[in-house]
Design a protein around this ligand. Sequence first.
Ligand code: CA
Length: 243
Amino acid sequence: MALPGVGLPETGVHDRTRILVVEDEPEFADLVALWLERSGWEALVVGDGALAAGECHRLRPDLVLLDLGLPNVDGWELLETLRRSTDVPVVLVTARGAEADRVRGLRLGADDYITKPLSFPELVARVETALRRAQGGVFEPTHRPLRCGIVSLEVESHRVEVAGVEVHVTPTEFRLLQHLAEHCDRVVPHRELLETAWGPGYADETHLLQVAIGSLRGKIAVVSSQPVIATVYGLGYRMMSEG
Ligand code: CA
């Protein structure tokens, strides 16, 4: 136990994996929290979207479950605010059929999404996968910078430089870049990229990969006109050491 005044803030350290649920409907939030608690996680609910970013900073959750259907708050703005200040995995809860919302959410750095009405076992499975990815189970940490052409990655700090200029990427985008750079100049199949960056069970979710690659290309294009990630039709993607 930390002594008063010398330890970390009391909310900064926690034993159980902590999930922040941002949801305005109390009965639904309670149900979600119950399922999360039953899976062994600590669930904390914020009902007011306007307070969510502050609560996230204070409570330091291991994952945020963010309902986009919040009154009085722009959920997109909230997601962007979270992404600017933290790499915490964010799983979005969206309305069924809102494909455009899902694509937009992934572009803004959400890790995954689940649609309402929720299947609670699916919710638990998605949270589990996002947590495992974030805890580094799917890649090997290393200290040396990884290079392929004009791209340089510091794996420990998740820092990315393109042609010497720092580029901010989401954790999922980083895993993609890392895997492509590790296979510099070689074609990496879609399924392999999906399983590496998102996890087992995601091999067929090609739309996730398309959105993430599109987002990465956009970010790279801001600092360099040299093409970095080539599409190899019907096979996968290749990071190029020469443009
Ligand atoms: Ca809601």
